[in-house]
Every structure is written in C-alpha cells, then in structure tokens.
Design a binder for this molecule. Structure first.
Ligand code: SF4
Length: 263
C-alpha cells in the first residue's frame, strides 16, 4: 500500500488549506481525503488532518528514517529555514532542526513534492532581507541548490517535483500526486515544475495567466522561481530621503528646509 507524509516548514499553511478543501468543495476541486480513498493511499501524517497524537507521528517519522516504514509520497509545504546563523533552530521538530529531519525523509521517499513556491524556491520568506535564512528544497529563488544539491534524486529517480504557486491549487497537487503514483510521465521543465503546473485561471485554450481578465487585478507571478522578488513590494530599496539630519523648526527658527512628510 502506498503511503503519504505531509510536513509543514516555514509555511502559512495555504497549501494545507487548499488540499483539505477549505475553499469550495466540488467534483472539480478534490481534497486530500478523496485522493487517499480513491487511490488506496495510507496517510502517515498531516499537521492539520491526522487524528494521531503528536508522539505517534514522531514514532512514524523515526520508523521512516530508520527504513522500517516505506514512504511513497513525501509532501513538503513551506520554506526550509536555516536561521539563526545557519543553525536551523528557528524551526525545530522534536528539538532538532526541522530541515535535518526533512533531509532524512527525502532520502527515504520514492517521490518528493515541494507543495507551493516557498517549498520549491523559498518564496516570500526567502525575499530580502530573508531574516529566517530560508531556501527552497532544491532551489533558492532561481538558483539551483537549496536544502538538497542540484544532483539529488529521490528513490524513484526524480529531483524534487516543484508544484509552484502561492498557494498551488488542490487540483494541481492531487493530479500530480495521482500521476506519480500511476507512473504517468510528469515532463519537468528547467525549474523541475511538472506540466500540471500552470498559471492560475489559465484554461485549455489559453495557458497564460487569466487573472487580470477574469478577476480584474494583475497576476503577481507566483509560479515563478523569482516570485516575490520580481515584484516591487519585495524589492529592497534604499531611501536617501532622510539622509541629512532633519530638525524641526522651532517657533523662531529660520530653518525652512525640513522634508518632514508622511508618504
Ligand atoms: S507558497 Fe504561498 S501559500 Fe504556500 S506556504 Fe508559501 S506563502 Fe503560504
């Protein structure tokens, strides 16, 4: 029987919420429980879905790491956190840096999926100044190499399969998991994104993002390895506006050059 383990790292849980169906539940929007039942997959653990107490999950992880429990599908959500100062202690599991636990689990899994742009490329947490020293599983932004080296391969011979999106939608996640499980080719691009990853609101006739036309605001490019640093909000800028010491004019001051303005 195939197994699935879901681990959350530096995450806002957007992918967990999507895959558990907190959006609209419909035949077009399958959920994780649907997938498990249809494909006869046993869930080893999910931070928001498992009924098992936390010590039970810790035992399961120990058994996977020891090679006593098979792991078919490892899903990682959120960025890999290396801070502070490279220790990884900002994000721990059972007292250990979680990134070390994830590295060990990756070595035991047939397939590893980065669920969302944070897990794939570092995403929002890895944007400058990156105080948590975040990275993706096998990329850091658009540079190959993250927690794992560019040459790393899973037990089934694949790099980390990057389901980019912020968040990636549940249909993309479950469609890709199903394909991997049944041996359907995944056709990865140069950033190891399978062909199932498309811009949101694209459709069969147009593979480009349809957000602007269909919703009315601009696409923010969340499947790109450069997201979010490609967007002005996250670009580091240095303001020279208040470089000179500013003094407030007193009642009798002749200083009338104070650039005190709220932007
Ligand atoms: S990719 Fe987006 S939705 Fe997913 S964990 Fe990161 S910030 Fe949240």
């Amino acid at each position: 029987m195939a197994t699935l383990l879901w681990m959350a790292c530096g995450s806002c849980n957007g992918e967990s919420m999507a895959i558990l169906g907190t959006g609209a539940i419909s035949p077009d929007n399958p959920t994780l429980p649907d997938f498990l039942e249809r494909n006869n997959v046993r869930l080893l653990g999910h931070p928001s879905f498992s009924a098992e107490p936390s010590h039970g999950l810790a035992n399961t992880i120990e058994r996977v790491l020891a090679g006593e429990q098979e792991l078919t599908l490892l899903c990682v959500e959120g960025s890999i956190i290396n801070g502070p100062h490279g220790t990884g202690l900002f994000d721990t599991y059972e007292g250990k840096p979680k990134r070390d636990v994830i590295r060990g689990l990756c070595a035991r899994a047939d397939f590893v999926f980065a669920m969302g742009t944070c897990a794939a490329f570092g995403g929002i947490p890895a944007a400058p100044p990156n105080p948590t020293e975040s990275t993706g599983l096998q990329f850091c932004n658009d540079r190959p190499g993250g927690l794992l080296s560019p040459e790393w391969r899973s037990r089934a011979g694949f790099p980390v399969i990057n389901l980019a999106g912020c968040p990636v939608d549940s249909a993309t996640m479950l469609n890709t998991l199903t394909r991997a499980l049944h041996g359907v080719p995944l056709e990865l691009d140069g950033f190891n994104r399978p062909s199932t990853v498309t811009p949101c609101l694209s459709d069969n006739t147009q593979r480009k993002c349809g957000t602007a036309e269909k919703v009315g605001y601009a696409c923010y490019g969340c499947i790109s390895p450069k997201f979010p640093v490609s967007k002005p909000l996250f670009r580091p800028t240095i303001s020279h506006r208040f470089d000179s010491p500013a003094t407030l004019p007193g009642p009798h001051s002749t200083n009338r050059q104070v650039p005190l303005r709220i932007a």
